[in-house]
Design a protein around this ligand. Structure first.
Ligand code: DQA
Length: 143
């Protein structure tokens, strides 16, 4: 099983950005966490972060035919990007959406996700653990 883990804008600022919302661990710690979760289920993975919408679209397109599952935290693009949702639909790779925070308990502009309708599942409000749950869902079918 080959997984692509995609993180959108400002997630590289973890540890610095709003620690009361996103926690005190940095992006390198998230990468280590994902590596451990992938290794638990014997999955190969690539983890990728960009602050640029088109770069994220390119990365999704490049995954076509090469990747068995996508875990994506589109960050702010969740709430704005038809292009990312369209790219996920185009490649038709099973996708799970993850948010560190519970976006439904935050500002109303975060309540809508363009990605949710094209994702098989969404985990939110679980911090790093959401990525582990997403990986286990894609690899083992665990809910
Ligand atoms: C986020 C939630 C988004 O609303 C926000 O723009 C982010 C991070 C999360 O992981 O909780 O950048 O996706």
């Amino acid at each position: 099983m080959k997984l692509l883990i995609i993180n959108g804008p400002n997630l590289n600022m973890l540890g610095i950005r709003e620690p009361d919302i996103y926690g005190s661990q940095n992006y390198a710690a998230l990468c280590d966490f994902v590596a451990a979760a992938a290794s638990e289920v014997g999955a190969e993975f690539e983890i990728f972060q960009s602050n640029h919408e088109g770069v994220l679209v390119d990365k999704i397109q490049e995954a076509y035919g090469k990747v068995d599952g996508i875990v994506i935290n589109p960050a702010a693009y969740t709430h704005t990007s038809v292009a990312i949702a369209d790219a996920l639909s185009a490649v038709a790779i099973p996708t799970v959406e993850v948010h560190l925070s519970d976006v439904m308990k935050r500002e109303s502009f975060r309540h809508h996700s363009f990605v949710a309708p094209v994702a098989k599942k969404t985990y939110m409000g679980l911090g790093f653990e959401g990525y582990r749950r997403a990986i286990r869902f894609l690899c083992l079918g665990e809910a």
